[in-house]
Design a protein around this ligand. Structure first.
Ligand code: ADP
Length: 439
């Protein structure tokens, strides 16, 4: 129980810290990408402005003439800007391509000045200064700037320049890898810290719980003697009161209540004593075939009296487990007792012993009233009783299944239940097999 809570605490801690970490990493990545793009844009803008400044314009014989000869890249064909440019294009003011360097445009110019990130598959869109990269036909991402060029107030054309984003992408990929690795290491550290903190947080709870267990065990133990004294005295008084019928019901009431309290005290003592695993000296080789037959025999009369068909399936092959036979018998008895309580006359109850892989299984199946879905998840809780259970179950305390669960878990096993309301329930105990011998 404590380990489960500790694990849950550690998981929640890791999950919450992990989410914050992921958020932080995504923001950092986003900011870095923004930063890089901004730097690229600044540089691209400066170069485009420089080119635009070299465009010469004059009116010859009343007609506007644009001279691009002195424009870097477009005019001379050299790369005086010393930078990686994918293409440079000059469009007239009517958006017609007049001259270009690098990749020719695949579509007519959309007059949307400003920055855009575009994708290009053409080899010539690779950096002009990087010949090896030109052989790479992969699609590349480009940052493109379209700048309207004006002379005075008159628009004389558009200069479109693009630069590849491969460096930024490579840098971001590396950054992403570094972030992922750092995050993984940090998550492991957070998990370990969560586990440690969970342990520290559990300490006082564990102590309090142990004290409570000890108190319950001591109190139940101390209550047993006065209870049995009361019971004996009440039984003796009932015998002596044979002549006095008026006080007999009162004495019978005392006996019933004392017996019921006795059951409760014994159940509480059991729950308090066998919390956690059993010490190895308590575990002995137990033949489950015998144990299950004994339990079945002790309930046969009760099933017969209630006219319930009781079918027992025990294999010939011996199934042995390491167990405390009294505790284990108590667990099987509790399941059979419930099957008796919650099954109607004329219905059937099966008790089956079996094995699969390294597990022995004891199954109690009934065609009784069944358990609703909302109750099914609680039936192993202490003192939990369903409403119908209260009516049908008589003097039960809602501790029977808690005891089954505790006993089975103390033996390293597990117990589970399935049920369909008004159709019946199946309870299965699974225990690790010690050995399976041929009989
Ligand atoms: P109780 O002493 O009340 O039987 P248990 O812990 O054995 O306590 O069972 C808890 C509740 O689970 C019962 O009150 C009952 O409602 C339900 N229950 C247990 N076994 C069965 C069963 N075989 N069929 C239907 N309901 C069951």
């Amino acid at each position: 129980m404590f380990n489960r809570s500790r694990r849950n605490l550690a998981c929640w801690f890791t999950l919450s810290m992990g989410s914050i970490l992921v958020l932080f990493a995504v923001t950092t990545y986003y900011l870095r990408a923004e930063d890089k793009l901004e730097a690229t844009d600044r540089l691209l803008y400066r170069k485009t402005r420089l080119m635009a400044a070299s465009v010469e314009y004059e009116l010859s014989e009343g007609k506007p003439q644009v001279d691009l000869e002195r424009v870097p890249v477009l005019g001379s064909g050299t790369l005086p800007l010393g930078t990686e440019l994918a293409y440079v294009r000059w469009y007239s003011s009517g958006a017609q391509l007049k001259r270009f360097f690098g990749e020719p445009p695949s579509q007519p110019l959309e007059i949307s000045s400003g920055f855009r990130t575009v994708r290009s598959s053409d080899r010539s869109s690779e950096p002009l200064s990087d010949n090896t990269a030109r052989n790479n036909a992969e699609k590349v991402w480009l940052r493109q700037l379209t700048l309207p060029v004006q002379e005075g107030n008159e628009l004389i054309g558009y200069l479109q320049v693009a630069t590849p984003l491969s460096d930024i992408r490579a840098d971001l990929r590396q950054f992403q890898l570094a972030l992922t690795l750092t995050m993984l290491v940090t998550l492991v550290l957070i998990g370990l810290t969560g586990w440690y903190l969970g342990g520290v947080a559990m300490q006082p709870i564990k102590q309090t719980y142990n004290q409570l267990q000890r108190f319950t065990a001591d109190a139940s133990h101390e209550l047993r003697s006065p209870l049995s004294a009361s019971l004996t005295n009440a039984q003796v008084a009932l015998m002596l009161a044979a002549e006095c019928p008026q006080i007999q019901p009162s004495l019978q009431n005392i006996i019933d209540s004392t017996q019921s309290m006795n059951v409760l005290v014994n159940n509480l003592l059991m729950l308090a004593r066998y919390k956690g695993g059993l010490t190895p000296d308590l575990l002995k080789p137990v033949n489950l075939n015998l144990l299950v037959s004994e339990s079945a025999a002790s309930y046969q009369a009760q099933f017969d009296a209630q006219k319930i068909r009781f079918i027992i399936c025990i294999p010939e092959q011996s199934i042995e487990v390491q167990a405390d036979s009294d505790l284990l018998k108590q667990a099987v008895d509790n399941l059979l007792s419930n099957a008796c309580k919650y099954t109607e006359e004329g219905e059937t109850v099966w008790l089956r012993l079996g094995a699969y892989a390294n597990w022995a299984t004891v199954q109690v199946v009934d065609m009784g009233m069944g358990i609703s879905k909302k109750d099914l998840i609680h039936i192993f809780d202490r003192f939990y009783r369903t409403d119908t259970g209260r009516v049908r179950g008589g003097d039960g305390f809602g501790l029977g299944l808690s005891i089954v669960e505790q006993v089975v878990e103390a033996h390293g096993g597990r117990v589970w239940a399935t049920s369909v309301e008004h159709k019946g329930s199946t309870f299965q105990i699974e225990l690790p097999i010690r050995s399976r011998l041929q009989s």
